[in-house]
Design a protein around this ligand. Structure first.
Ligand code: NAP
Ligand code: GDD
Length: 349
């Protein structure tokens, strides 16, 4: 049985990766931040009674900014594979919190790489490492489509921090002969996507509008174009990277991009609604610098990993819209029964 160690296990990708690794027979250890409310919703369906002997999923309190804790965990767990998915992953928020973002995304990567280097020495075995890099590193794109060789031009504090993590991972590979891979993943979504990212914000709002729970959807730049895929496919690519003979960098993308406006149309058409009637522009959602278009070329991942996306953006939009219509129906039932659901009207980005 292999052992995996995951940061960011409570996030969208962390939950899909955990699901897939447990299905493959892994023992999975995840780092969870202490919060004043429960933050393990996306894992509840996987979390067995921790009082049973040796459950395959084990959660540990920790934080990417706490290097000594990470080193202690890696030393005691001695994982075969480490997946660094933890991040302040919201681009707009990174303009508000550039230092926090850099501490988590850039220095956090440094903390974890050091912990893995130390862990390899003390365990006397190789630990394979996956770094969650991002298409946001391409920013103001220098060529279309983007490949593993396209120069970076990040346009946000988040993008800059991810470039640091990317190069540091390569540096550890070359300096210490570590099996360290960089996955340059383009946008990937799912029904588990955080509700402040644009696709989920759209599918949540459209379901609520359909059932009379919300009147308008306020968005920012509808002309930005993204290469959107399904998160379940993308975590499979992460795992495949760590099963190769040699470590490398891989672009993971669908090779097709559409504007935010088109994603809105796909979702509202699913509900039989005209998006023009419901969408308003709010400049609060504009970014100081925007990434106008991202389009990935996943040829290397196809050739070397045998990886292919299984889900088109049209299928993804329907998958998310169907899921969020069910959530809206549950909310409608509560409202009709006289319950206060104002806590569902959340602050967004
Ligand atoms: P996500 O849903 O926002 O999850 C982020 C995870 O990081 C959460 O588990 C979060 O914990 C954790 N985290 C935040 N700050 C942390 C800290 N200081 N220490 C430890 N963990 C911390 O992100 P995602 O969509 O799953 O993305 C996974 C990774 O891939 C991220 O590194 C992201 O930047 C990168 N990425 C994502 C995409 C995409 O389109 N989804 C594309 C390219 C790259 P809480 O639950 O406690 O907040
Ligand atoms: N979030 C958000 N909210 N974005 C909006 C809105 C809005 O109301 N209106 C328009 N947008 C536009 C953004 O300006 C951006 O151009 C696009 O929608 C996508 O925004 P997000 O869904 O927030 O994703 P992102 O592309 O900025 O970042 C995501 O993908 C990166 C990979 O390229 C995140 O998952 C990052 O962590 C990831 O690295």
């Amino acid at each position: 049985m292999k052992t995996a160690f995951i940061t960011g296990i409570t996030g969208q990708d962390g939950s899909y990766l955990t699901e897939q690794l447990l299905a493959k027979g892994y023992e999975v250890h995840g780092v969870v931040r202490r919060a004043s409310t429960f933050n393990t919703d996306r894992l509840e369906h996987l979390y067995q009674d921790p009082h049973q002997p040796n459950p395959p999923l084990k959660l540990h309190y920790g934080d990417l900014t706490d290097g000594s804790r990470l080193a202690g965990l890696i030393r005691s767990i001695q994982p075969d594979e480490v997946y660094n998915l933890g991040a302040q992953s919201h681009v707009r928020v990174s303009f508000d919190q550039p230092i926090d973002t850099a501490n988590i995304v850039a220095l956090g990567t440094s903390n974890l790489l050091e912990a893995v280097r130390d862990g390899q020495q003390s365990a006397g075995k190789q630990i394979r490492y996956y770094q969650a890099c991002s298409s946001e590193m391409f920013g103001k794109v220098q060529e279309v489509p983007q490949t593993e060789r396209t120069p970076f031009y990040p346009r946000s504090p988040y993008g800059c921090a991810k470039v640091f993590g990317h190069w540091l991972t390569i540096n550890y590979r070359e300096s210490y002969d570590m099996f360290a891979c960089c996955g340059i993943l383009f946008n990937h979504e799912s029904p588990r996507r955080g509700e402040t990212f644009v696709t989920r914000k759209i599918t949540r709002a459209a379901g609520r509008i359909k059932l009379g729970l919300q009147e308008k959807l306020y968005l920012g730049n509808l002309d930005a174009q993204r290469d959107w895929g399904f998160a379940g496919d993308y975590v499979d690519a992460m795992w495949r990277m760590l099963q190769q003979d040699e470590p490398d960098n891989y672009v993971v993308a669908t090779g097709k991009m559409i504007p935010v406006r088109r994603f809105c149309e796909l979702v509202f058409e699913f509900h039989g609604l005209d998006p023009e009637q419901y969408i308003e522009i709010d400049p609060r959602y504009f970014r100081p610098t925007e990434v106008d278009e991202l389009l990935g070329d996943p040829t290397l991942a196809k050739q070397k990993l045998g990886w292919e996306p299984t889900t088109t953006v049209e299928q993804l939009a329907v998958m998310m819209a169907e899921h969020d219509l069910e959530l809206a129906k549950q909310e409608r039932t509560l409202v009709d029964a006289g319950h206060d659901v104002s806590s569902l009207n959340r602050h967004d980005q």
